[in-house]
Design a protein around this ligand. Structure first.
Ligand code: ADP
Ligand code: MG
Length: 680
């Protein structure tokens, strides 16, 4: 057992003894009753009046009060979509965009994709008729490319503004500008109860409309001592809550898909072993790549007598509200991107969440009745180890993508762009430098023809460059597959706990000399030859859903080839051409083997091949990587063996022959580092 101590209470505005708010299970009558029970409903008229009277309105309301699902509907009912005008509502996360659109379509009694739809990268569920468009913030950003004044929209609602994602932040600057010369455009900035004064100031002191929440008090507990293994601690605590606490569902916050799947397996495993000694516990995951039928399950009411535990990423912090949660379990971590502009290295790291996040998470327990939040860290750690708020993404990410987009929109002076919080100067500079090296900008910082094409493709600049280069090396068929597989990255292979050996063997069977990109190509090609069969996936421990997604992405990219003037062609088995095309995009991400292991070529950073890579034991002298992931070390994920001479061929302006010489060539040990077996 884990010992918790009660420390503080998150104040509510509702008496703990008040009858619990009606849950959807009890509200079978009609969906309209549910709509009218939401905290935003009593403010409907007042809100619509405020929107009519002001061009820009900041809307602040507790999570779950109905901002995302109701406000666009009110606007629809009020006639803001007359004459086919559209309403956009942005979400930082794809899952949220899909899920709320589905919910709103159901509330309006229409088919998803008709009046209500969603649009996320590589997936467009909208039609000519769609007037309520839920979309990721990145998609609205791309809308500016085809419609710089957003003329077909009457209202733009930037939702979840407090998340401060890179795309949301850039949207602020662009929308503020559009609003100036389109006085009839309505701009709504919706946010959880955080940071709203900042938004108001940014939008020339726009008024803030507050929707009072309905919040029951939440008792907060901390562990007595720090927990070494928080995943194990989570599983133990969930079971502890399940056997000792009165009814009510549990929400657990973890950092990502892998962790969530592991935790769910562990929980199911232990429940099975306890058998009928405990009541039924439904274990449900929710994360970004979860297929939509599985997503829908978390919203289904818990059957009487059972208890539900939802194991979620940050998505459940403010984007999605699950009814019936009484207990929150918070290990206090999240996965954050970080970027070092000095080295140009971007990595994903599991870091302690902020106090603001911790408080939002705790708040999720007090929506239907008084709740409890169990924090898997000590009160001391809360006080001393958590930052107040999360640093906005714009200050901890690379900006290549966004700079390319802004340049395509004709915004040249990026140093003076209207940023809510400006990115670090070095990051901006490095993005310009990288785009220059990729040939997207000329020496004056102007967009080149190639840069314009790169901006057309909805992928990162390096990936677009790789696709463009496939024309020169006549291998676009293969490169499209590689690009599609890279974008569903890390969820291709299935590795169930009880069949680890079989799964690993199956994976090794796909290995091809050259590296992981070719392995991905091999998996896809064999799958295509099987007739895109799910049985084939099952037999080869490959995730069917990920493959299906790769196929979708591939089709979409293929559809864009003509616009960027790349013809379809195949390398006919000459993989050197494929590898060169990849190098043409990723020459920035290269490493060489030195006597002390791998170092990145330009910055001389120490990096390691990920143990899952097909090249883990090969240890080639020169390689490129798709991405870096910082866990215990800086691991390179998806690596490809290259020859140093290729770097001169594809990026002569970036590499000099001198720096690619290998002084220790003869003295190289054959292997550096430990083998897979030695690592266990
Ligand atoms: P906010 O944006 O203010 O956080 P929402 O509009 O997302 O609030 O949520 C309002 C209500 O709609 C919540 O009670 C939530 O549980 C419910 N809801 C949202 N999406 C779904 C869904 N897919 N299924 C069932 N209920 C949902
Ligand atoms: Mg919302």
């Amino acid at each position: 057992t884990i010992e918790f101590v009660r420390a503080t209470q998150l104040q509510g505005d509702t008496e703990p003894s008040a009858p619990p708010a009606p849950t959807q299970a009890q509200q079978k009558e009609s969906i309209q009753v549910v709509r009218r029970s939401l905290p935003v409903f009593p403010f409907r008229e007042e809100l619509l009046a405020a929107i009519a009277n002001h061009q820009v309105l900041i809307i602040e309301g507790e999570t779950g009060s109905g901002k995302t699902t109701q406000i666009p509907q009110y606007l629809f009912e009020e006639g803001y979509t007359k004459k086919g005008a559209k309403i956009a509502c942005t979400q930082p996360r794809r899952v949220a965009a899909m899920s709320v659109a589905a919910r709103v379509a159901r509330e309006m009694g229409v088919k998803l994709g008709n009046e209500v739809g969603y649009s996320i990268r590589f997936e467009d569920c909208t039609s000519e008729r769609t007037v309520l468009r839920y979309m990721t913030d990145g998609m609205l950003l791309r809308e500016f490319l085809s419609e710089p004044d957003l003329a077909s929209y009457s209202v733009v609602m930037v939702d979840e503004a407090h998340e401060r994602t890179l795309h949301t932040d850039i949207l602020f600057g662009l929308i503020k500008d559009v609003a100036r010369f389109r006085p009839e455009l309505k701009v709504l900035v919706a946010s959880a109860t955080l940071d709203t004064a900042r938004f108001s100031t940014f939008f020339d002191d726009a008024p803030v409309f507050r929707i009072p929440g309905r919040r029951f008090p939440v008792d907060i507990f901390y562990t007595k001592a720090p927990e070494a293994d928080y995943l194990e601690a989570c599983v133990v605590s969930v079971l502890q809550i399940h056997v000792t606490q009165p009814p009510g569902d549990i929400l657990v916050f973890l950092t990502g898909q892998e962790e969530i799947e592991t935790a769910c397996e562990m929980l199911q495993d232990r429940c099975r072993r306890l058998g009928s000694k405990i009541r039924e516990l439904l274990v449900l995951p929710i994360y970004a790549n979860l297929p939509s039928d599985m997503q829908a399950r978390i919203f289904q009411p818990t059957p009487p007598g059972a208890r539900k535990v939802v194991v979620a990423t940050n998505i459940a912090e403010t984007s999605l509200t699950i009814e019936g949660i009484i207990y929150v379990l918070d290990p206090g971590f999240c996965k954050l991107k970080s970027y070092n502009p000095r080295t140009g290295m971007e990595s994903l790291t599991v870091t302690p969440c902020s106090k603001a996040s911790a408080s939002q998470r705790a708040g999720r327990a007090g929506r239907v009745a008084a709740g409890k939040c169990f924090r898997l860290y000590t009160a001391w750690a809360y006080q001393h180890e958590l930052e107040e708020t999360t640093v906005p993404e714009i200050q901890r990410t690379s900006l290549g993508n966004v700079v390319l987009l802004l340049k395509s929109l004709g915004i040249h002076d990026l140093m003076h762009f209207d940023f809510l919080d400006p990115p670090p100067y070095e990051t901006l500079l490095l993005a310009l430098e990288q785009l220059y090296a990729l040939g997207a900008l000329n020496h004056l910082g102007e967009l080149t023809t190639s840069g314009r094409k790169m901006a057309e493709l909805p992928v990162d600049p390096m990936l677009s460059k790789m696709i463009l280069a496939s024309e020169k090396y006549s291998c676009s068929e293969e490169i499209l597959t590689v690009a599609a597989m890279l974008s569903v990255n890390n969820s291709i292979f299935y590795r169930p706990k009880d069949k680890v050996v079989h799964a690993d063997n199956a994976r090794v069977n796909f290995f091809l000399p050259g590296g992981d990109h070719l392995v991905l190509l091999n998996v896809y090609t064999q799958w295509a030859e099987s007739g895109y069969s799910s049985q084939w996936c099952y037999e080869n421990f490959v995730q069917f859903r990920s493959m299906r997604r790769a196929r979708d992405v591939r089709e979409q990219l293929e559809g864009l080839l003509e616009r960027v003037e790349v013809g379809l062609s195949s390398c006919q088995g000459d993989y050197i051409r494929v590898r060169k095309a990849i190098t043409a995009g990723y020459f920035y991400h290269t490493a060489r083997l030195t006597r002390s292991g791998y170092r990145t070529v330009k910055q001389q950073q120490t990096v390691f091949i990920h143990p899952n890579s097909s090249l883990f034991e090969e240890q080639p002298r020169w390689l490129l990587y798709h991405e870096l992931v910082l866990t215990t070390k800086e691991f390179m994920r998806q690596v490809l063996e290259i020859e140093s001479s290729w770097l001169l061929e594809v990026a002569p302006h970036y590499y000099k022959a001198k720096e690619l010489e290998d002084p220790h060539a003869k003295k190289m040990p054959r292997k550096v580092g430990k083998t897979r077996e030695e690592l266990g």
